[in-house]
Design a protein around this ligand. Structure first.
Ligand SMILES: C[S@@+](CC[C@H](N)C(=O)[O-])C[C@H]1O[C@@H](n2cnc3c(N)ncnc32)[C@H](O)[C@@H]1O
Length: 339
């Protein structure tokens, strides 16, 4: 199968949005340690944020449009239906989006908040700088007066950078869409929710999109599309690692594998070594051996139950304001409030 193209070139960067790139030296060292640990572990692992270089971000946008990939359209439908209700309940003047990607669905919320009247600010936090430029350009083209900012950083660094508020009474709504929360394991989820809560003041909102438990065949099809876009996205992590860490992963020596694990309620993506091989990551001073058939885990995507998710939020200092789901109960939106 020939590799699918990554998609159209990104638009020119927006001139009038302030995009800050935050690269703390301690983060670079923490990342090196994380990769060293992950590739020395059994099974071997790479952090899924490394999917998202410019090419990976473009491939993800193509995944969102695939017929098999139901989460984006289902969440889009829910937001189209509920954005007005969400805006009225959250009553915020500053939307802060984590892992914003192209922020396409976000426009539904911006429209709804703008209908309420007061001025609105929007800040996107994403490790993919190219995505921030795309999102900012599209938002500014649509809403020239919107106060748009981008922070190229991990969720944690980005949230820390936003600790100071424009005005003491600014009310925020943090958005975390696309079921991206499912990429965190239970311990990471708990640490992440604690971090989000610590960045909020009582009364601030947190809107989270979660993919819900369903027939595993539907989920597996979404991560094994017929056009091979998800496979190309998965393999792209190796291309990114090769560039970032002067590594020599041969992409054609690995195959995309994705399967649902019922006991963990998660789909997993792996890259399976097609032969015994040795790989060097020169920038990390690391050499690894892979046996034929050995896998590197690249992503988990947990599937949720809305009641259990609400209870988890409550354990981290939130109260659930409202939850919504679609007619098939495939995807959920939870609006929570910091207490
Ligand atoms: C699954 S995509 C979701 C994009 C968009 N929110 C949507 O709903 O379509 C995850 C996004 O989060 C970003 N991302 C992944 N891990 C991240 C991290 N640790 N910190 C900040 N951004 C991250 C990626 O660059 C990507 O844009």
């Amino acid at each position: 199968m020939s590799e699918p193209a990554a998609g159209a070139d990104f638009a020119a960067p927006a001139e009038s949005a302030a995009i800050r790139v935050l690269e703390a030296p301690e983060n670079a060292e923490a990342e090196r340690q994380e990769i060293l640990r992950g590739l020395s572990a059994r099974p071997k692992r790479l952090p899924c944020r490394l999917f998202y270089d410019e090419r990976g971000s473009r491939l993800f946008e193509r995944i969102c449009d695939l017929p098999e990939y139901y989460p984006t359209r289902t969440e889009h439908g829910l937001l189209a239906e509920r954005a007005g209700e969400i805006a009225a309940l959250a009553n915020a003047g500053h939307l802060v989006e984590l892992g914003s990607g192209s922020a396409t669905k976000t426009r539904l919320l911006v429209d709804a908040f703008r209908r309420l009247g007061p001025p609105l600010a929007y800040t996107a936090i994403d490790v993919s700088e190219s995505s921030l430029h795309i999102a900012a350009a599209a938002l500014l083209a649509r809403y020239p007066a919107l106060d748009v900012h981008g922070v190229a950083a991990t969720y944690e660094t980005g949230l820390d950078a936003l600790a100071t508020r424009a005005t003491p009474d600014e009310r925020r709504l943090v958005l975390f869409l696309g079921s991206t929360i499912g990429n965190l394991d239970p311990a990471e989820t708990s640490a992440f929710l604690g971090r989000v809560r610590a960045s909020l003041a009582p009364g601030d909102g947190f809107l989270v999109g979660t993919d819900l438990e369903k027939d595993p065949a539907v989920i597996e099809a979404a991560y094994n599309d017929a056009q091979g876009v998800t496979a190309a996205f998965n393999l792209n992590i190796l291309r990114h690692v090769n560039r970032r860490f002067r590594a020599d992963f041969a992409l054609d020596a690995f195959a995309h594998v994705a399967f649902y694990r019922r006991e963990l309620r998660q789909i997993e993506m792996h890259l399976e070594s097609q032969a015994a091989q040795r790989v060097t990551l020169a920038a990390l001073g690391l050499e690894i051996e892979l046996a034929a058939g050995e896998r590197i885990e690249t992503e988990i995507s947990r599937k949720f139950d809305l009641d259990r998710f609400g209870a988890e939020l409550a354990r981290h200092g939130f109260e659930v304001a409202r939850q919504w789901t679609d007619a098939k109960r495939w995807f959920g939106l939870t609006l929570a409030r910091a207490i």
